[in-house]
Design a protein around this ligand. Structure first.
Ligand SMILES: [Zn+2]
Length: 412
């Protein structure tokens, strides 16, 4: 049942209004009292009371603003003031879990990162030791930051694969071999803090909506690829998860009807088998053997850090035709998948992250071309396709945004 059809007692109405004010400020950065009242459909008196409480609690501050900054009617003789959040009044922890790597960050109310750390783990590791490692890094970072733990609202976690946002269970992460891991329960009992989990790409989409280039857009899609490939949908400013939390699993769209490679999901010919880093690495090894004198082979021979994907991009830039052809094919498959998605969902903006945001010339530009060619009517011409505005931080900023939107209301 929709929330608007449920009854409410007076205490939860107050909490609800408080949360509406805080989330509006989180989203907009600053608003006048009049704008807040209009936006949330509350009386000016109620807003004045709520803002008074928030000022007393040190969560918001007032500042004078110029005429064009605040778009309300100004009573004669009174200065315009905007209410804005005090960024360091509260903090959240954002955790991005990828395949074989996780990143933890502590962020303030603007989702600005204070401290962060990245660690690797064995891909075939069980979930529990990885979650233990995440807890240890989280505690270390909080200590290093010097932030009062009482000011930390909670932890947002972006996980790979199918994630049940309501129960907090990582239902299926084929690239990690995790099944039904109750991540929320495990982390909240170990850390003693509220924890919320969601799919990691969905978190990135939320982060861009609140704090990035997706601001004020009705619809956007974030598409992320490294070892796995996935998408996160935003509709009317909110995350769209689908009926079984599976919306956005484009990595498992069947692209090849026959002869496709097996995928970690158990099927064949999925998008992920064609465009992931794992595939690039495998094909780079093939090219190295077939063309031992080629630019790519030379770069790989002098690569001491095992950064094969970077070698492929570098070789393409240096004029290696085989590396260029390989990347062009990947961008083509990604473009076809995104063209199909544009026909289905018709978003305003598609943001690319991870591998797909690495080199404009080899992913974004050819992807845009394919999308323009393969979509219905002018849908492909109208959709914007860009790299994420957050670069490598997209995962943690997204996870922190999830925690901010879930836990940001006064309970203490
Ligand atoms: Zn698959």
């Amino acid at each position: 049942m929709k929330n608007s059809l449920l009854g409410n007692n007076i205490i939860s109405v107050k909490e609800h209004n408080l949360q509406a004010v805080l989330l509006s400020l989180l989203y907009e950065g600053q608003l006048s009292r009049i704008e807040l009242a209009k936006r949330i459909h509350l009386s000016n008196t109620t807003i004045t009371n709520i803002v008074g409480e928030l000022l007393a609690a040190g969560l918001v501050t007032e500042r004078a603003c110029s005429d064009d900054e605040v778009d309300g009617t100004r009573p004669v003789g009174r200065p315009r003031t905007a209410i804005c959040l005090v960024p360091e009044a509260r903090y959240v922890v954002g955790v991005h879990v990828g395949v074989g790597t996780f990143r933890v960050a502590l962020a303030d109310l603007r989702d600005e990162i204070l401290v962060n750390r990245t660690e690797n783990f064995e891909i075939d590791s069980e979930a529990e030791p990885v979650l233990d490692q995440i807890c240890k890094v989280t505690r270390d970072l909080i200590e290093v930051s010097g932030v009062d733990p009482a000011k930390i609202l909670g932890v947002g976690v972006g996980l790979s694969g199918l994630v049940d946002f309501v129960t907090g269970v990582n239902v299926m992460a084929p690239n990690l071999n995790w099944r039904n891991v109750p991540v929320k329960d495990i982390l909240s009992s170990k850390l003693g803090m509220p924890v919320v989990v969601d799919n990691n790409v969905r978190c990135m989409a939320l982060g861009e909506t609140y704090f990035g280039v997706g601001h004020n857009l009705e619809s956007l899609v974030f598409v992320y690829g490294r070892i796995g490939v996935g998408a996160g949908f935003i509709s009317k400013g909110e995350v769209f998860r689908g009926s079984n939390m599976g919306a956005g699993e484009i990595g498992h769209n069947t692209m090849l009807l026959e002869g496709g490679d097996p995928c970690r999901c158990g099927k064949h010919g999925c998008l992920e088998t064609l465009v992931s880093e794992t595939t690039i690495i495998r094909q780079a090894e093939d090219l190295r053997q077939r063309y031992p004198e080629g630019i790519l082979a030379n770069l790989m021979a002098s690569d001491r850090e095992g950064k094969i994907v970077a070698c492929v991009f570098e070789a393409a830039q240096a004029g290696d035709e085989h590396a260029r052809a390989m990347l062009a094919k990947k961008a083509y498959y990604l473009g076809v998948a995104l063209a199909n998605m544009v026909n289905l969902y018709n978003p305003e903006l598609i943001l690319l992250g991870g591998l797909f945001a690495q080199e404009q010339a080899y992913f974004i530009e050819p992807v845009i071309k394919t999308v323009r060619q393969m979509t219905f009517g002018d849908l492909g011409d109208r959709v914007r396709i860009e790299a994420t505005s957050f670069g490598w931080k997209a995962g943690v900023i997204g996870a922190a945004a999830l925690a901010l939107t879930q836990f940001f209301y006064l309970k203490q």
